[in-house]
Design a protein around this ligand. Sequence first.
Ligand code: MG
Length: 382
Amino acid sequence: MALRELATFAVSSGESKGRIYKEVQPDYRSEFQRDRDRIIHCSAFRRLEYKTQVFVNHEGDMFRTRLTHSIEVAQIGRTIARALNVNEDLTEAICLAHDLGHTPFGHAGQDALNNCMKNFGGFEHNLQSLRIVDVLEERYPNFPGLNLTYETREGILKHCSKNNALDLGELGERFIKNYKPSLEAQIANIADEIAYNNHDVDDGLRANLLDINSLNQSELFEENFKEVVKKWKSLSKRQIRHEVVRRMINQIVCDLIENSKRLIQDYNLKDVNAVRESKQSLIKMSKISEKKHNDLKRILRKELYEHKQVKRMTLQAKKTIQTLFDTYMKNPEFLTNKLHEKIKTNIKSKYEKKNARIVADYIAGMTDRFALSEYKRIGNER
Ligand code: MG
């Protein structure tokens, strides 16, 4: 089979803006395959297995973790990228890396850590993902981090405040000038939303935190649910759930591909710079599907994320993160020896911000279960 030619508006490996530290080209892989492989081999990626999306990791073995979520995002992202003739390897690399910077305990953990860091520059998981691949991973003799290409890093940095963008050079420019990232990055972003909306339906039903009646308020769910139970009369609950979720993903992804194709055509894009300068997202669902998708999101927020059982986990998560942070700041001897050596306490005001960042990096890197065991250890030893 002949090699598939990428569209002119795709990012091509040969035209990458490159890596911070120059390296020899890989023999058998494209630059973005190399990025993806570096991400898969890094420690932060492996730790995603024990990090929560919505459900705390030890609540049950069948729920999504950030690792399985990231793999699902990559699957959806690759499908869209291939259908639009853009760079599948780059899309996959961004998808797999998009959640590397998440704290333990999902969004509750991120909010808690951001609150702890409010006087020290805050904490933002997107920026933390970039920090992991740029600085924190220690895997290569000649450079810190993973030394990924500009395009993968651009995709990882989904959001960024203008203030933080000022410190990021070329990578931060688009947040100041209001440019868009590559189509590959836009795909990864929306693949993330599609993946979590749908697997939260699946996990929520499985956990009995959601029921069919509340989900039937969503048109997207209801129409697919009706079709499935009409077509098959004697399916188990589990089969119905899986078939409905499968159909919802397929419906949204197909709509997204068709609509994006139209938009791309309308814009008559010549190259990736035209994508960046287009100032609006070109990877978009049709208005009707977008509404259905957002309605489902709203129902999930109300019924699942605000469920008292989920909220109880959220409160515990906040308490755990806050206690860990306060304890490490006051008693750095509770940190690992290596980190303890880095903490400088002689001129407190001068080093406090740096110390807080060391502590935040440490906490952010923890898995749910490690954070809980540290919390217990600290309680016992204090
Ligand atoms: Mg995600």
